[in-house]
Design a protein around this ligand. Sequence first.
Ligand SMILES: Cc1cc2nc3c(=O)[nH]c(=O)nc-3n(C[C@H](O)[C@H](O)[C@H](O)COP(=O)(O)O)c2cc1C
Length: 450
Amino acid sequence: MKKLRFGLFENAQTNDSGTSTWRHPDSQRHLFDTLGYWREIARICEDAKLDFLFLADAWGWADVKGQRPEICSLEGLDLPRLDPAIVAAAIVGATSKLGLVITGSTLLEQPYAFARRMQSLDHLSGGRVGWNVVTTGTAETAVAAFGVPMVAHDARYDMADDFMELVYKLFEGAWEAGSLERDKAGRFADPSKVHAIAHDGPFFRSHGYGNTNYSPQGTPVLFQAGSSDRGRQFGGRHGECVFLGGGSIEKLASQVKSIREEAEANGRDGNSIKIMSAFSCVVASTEAEAQRKHREILDAQTPEVAVASYAWFTGLDLSSYDPATKMSALHTELSQTQVARFGDKTVGDVLKDWHAHGVRTNPFVGTPEQIADIMCEMAEGADLDGFLFTPLIQPASTIDFVAQVLPVLRARGVAATDYEGETLRERLLGTPTPVLRDDHPGSGYRSLSA
Ligand SMILES: Cc1cc2nc3c(=O)[nH]c(=O)nc-3n(C[C@H](O)[C@H](O)[C@H](O)COP(=O)(O)O)c2cc1C
């Protein structure tokens, strides 16, 4: 079995993933806006030799019946949050190996400024940065806040393709690697290695010089997680590491196969894409104790949270439908994944499910050996490359996972015992150099410098 890679899912807000567990006695996430919290998380990740810390992000808030419900403030549901790039910058100096993956929206960011932010992080971290490219599924309230027009689901991916083309020019072509000479007796940079870019796309335009020089990885490692048809096409073209939401081994296996096929259709080696499934667990030395811990977590939140948070992801107010309505009768221009995943279930079933785990799938509950068995079965059965550990309670769930489950996986030889490779790309993707592989479409933009 191949050696698995591990990331930790985090979110710079008091709750995440559509659940509200901040009241749980072990949760420290109410301190999300303090440097101490993030330093502690980074220390736990690096001590455990996790490959990366992933910072999710979103814009907007739940908008049930046109009103921002009180529940969002009372439970800290979607707001307030911190900017993940700033959190990552604050962690850089407290870590030396940990990858730092931030989420950035191609709907709401400005590509020219965003490219500079990513390059700056890549420089300061010595090539440890990744970007989770999102088109912002929760867009309706977000576009209102930004004062920009709404863009339909598939068109958001067309916009994302255009965004990528422009940032590839900035990441790869504007300043060649090695353009800075820093020679006080000679010159600072070699002007023949600095190139003006020109981009006139359907959504974005930019002309002139890049604001930042070539960073250690050139393009940050590209993560992607859209699982709609259009989202998978986008991932097959641009993604280097793709996150899946979890589910049965059969479902994961078919998603993995289709992502690898999509990559091949784009002239890429399908096996070069690393595919990691989100994974939650509640672990204890006995099954009964693990079940007790899980019940305690479920009791930490209220059913009202489920209605508000589902509406945020999909724009659909499930409380306004007959509970017997089939989910297959509903449509959204927001996150289609969060409607399609429930197939033929009823609205009533989904509200119960969402209360239990929100956007996540059900956590696995059991002893360290049982959890390790499931992870190995999933990885082998679905051809996964690793897991994005998605804690229910922070940092308690992560401490449990790294202290109890990781050692079992290490003893079985499927988890690394130390960091290998300097940059995030070399370590996570096993590339021979820190930059994009030659079969990745972004590498073609180096020819600006030809
Ligand atoms: C593990 C995981 C993490 C995700 N993190 C984010 C995130 O931080 N921000 C976001 O807007 N969407 C996030 N998503 C959602 C997807 O990126 C995507 O936007 C969503 O599935 C809607 O796109 P689709 O309709 O193409 O599936 C995540 C999905 C998964 C499975």
